[in-house]
Write a protein that binds this ligand. Structure first.
Ligand code: HEC
Ligand code: HEC
Length: 236
């Protein structure tokens, strides 16, 4: 665990008047049951109403800002942007870090696992409400999109059982409920997390949907998809 991460965990602990011990929550955490659709539906129905003002305070006081940027727009290529993502996705993924279900087995997951330990469901809903309201500045659009990538996004590839990305993530990569927004996402993070799905290190998704769709994608396709989505405007 690096210094900033530890500091983040400790500051959050202090903010929430709880003690967070980062080291207890490594890859060896107890096995957590994977999501079923029914369990997710029940969890979404019970999601507390988020307060964006309180979320903003938490974001600033708990060091989330240092890695995810002042308004949830990632200042470095390693961290995902959170601005403009759906509250349901942010909420679910924070729950998954807290339970240890989302654990790619690297230092980056450990940071998030530590940071979520002191959080209540209400804190997570407040943060989700705050990020959903933020905006990623429109990136420069791509001059032209590779027709093969365009086809993967809009038509998928039946021969590899790949469902079109756009059918779930939206025609503009804007996301929908528990399906995350991809438009404007940091390309480096996008590639890393696609490989984590592909090699089974990220398996917190409901019914392992994303591991099925990444299974037969080539590295070149993953890179091209990352560039494509990074060039889309999250709020068209
Ligand atoms: C030390 C840097 C650091 C700090 C501090 C930090 N994060 Fe993260 N966060 C990351 C990184 C890196 C990832 C991506 C991890 C991965 O690759 O799986 C991430 C992932 C996330 C994700 C998942 C995003 C997605 O698109 O899947 C959410 C949500 C998130 N962080 C919220 C927070 C919140 C809320 C806080 C404050 C309580 C916080 N983070 C503090 C570095 C940090
Ligand atoms: C059947 C619906 C579906 C299809 C088709 C689909 N996805 Fe996903 N995708 C999801 C869901 C749901 C998640 C969130 C999973 C989780 O909870 O980790 C996700 C997560 C992701 C993430 C992680 C985002 C983040 O912020 O952590 C990326 C990247 C991604 N998908 C890219 C793609 C690409 C590229 C394609 C097309 C090749 C695709 N997806 C096809 C439903 C889908």
């Amino acid at each position: 665990m690096n210094k900033i991460a530890l500091l983040g965990a400790l500051t959050l602990g202090a903010t929430l008047s709880l003690s967070a011990t980062a080291s207890e929550h490594g890859h060896a955490a107890a096995k957590v049951e994977p999501w079923t659709l029914q369990h997710w539906d029940e969890t979404a129905a019970a999601m507390p109403k988020g307060d964006a003002m309180r979320g903003s305070e938490l974001h600033k006081n708990s060091m989330c800002m240092t890695c995810h940027g002042e308004n949830g727009v990632a200042p470095s290529r390693n961290a995902p942007s959170l601005a403009g993502n759906t509250p349901e996705f942010i909420y679910k993924t924070l729950l998954d870090y807290r339970s240890g279900l989302r654990n790619e087995g690297d230092g980056k997951s450990s940071v998030m696992i530590a940071a979520t330990q002191p959080m209540s469901n209400q804190h997570m809903a407040d943060l989700a409400a705050f990020y959903a309201q933020q905006v990623i500045p429109a990136p420069a659009a791509m001059a032209s999109v590779d027709p093969q990538i365009d086809r993967l996004v809009r038509k998928g590839d039946a021969s590899r059982m790949i469902t079109p990305c756009a059918s779930c993530h939206g025609a503009h990569g804007e996301g929908n409920e528990v399906t995350p927004a991809l438009a404007g996402q940091t390309a480096h993070y996008f590639v890393r997390t696609m490989h984590a799905y592909k090699n089974g290190h990220r398996n917190n998704d409901i019914n392992e949907g994303m591991s099925q769709f990444t299974h037969d994608l080539t590295d070149a396709e993953i890179d091209a998809l990352a560039q494509y989505y990074a060039s889309l405007n999250r709020k068209p």
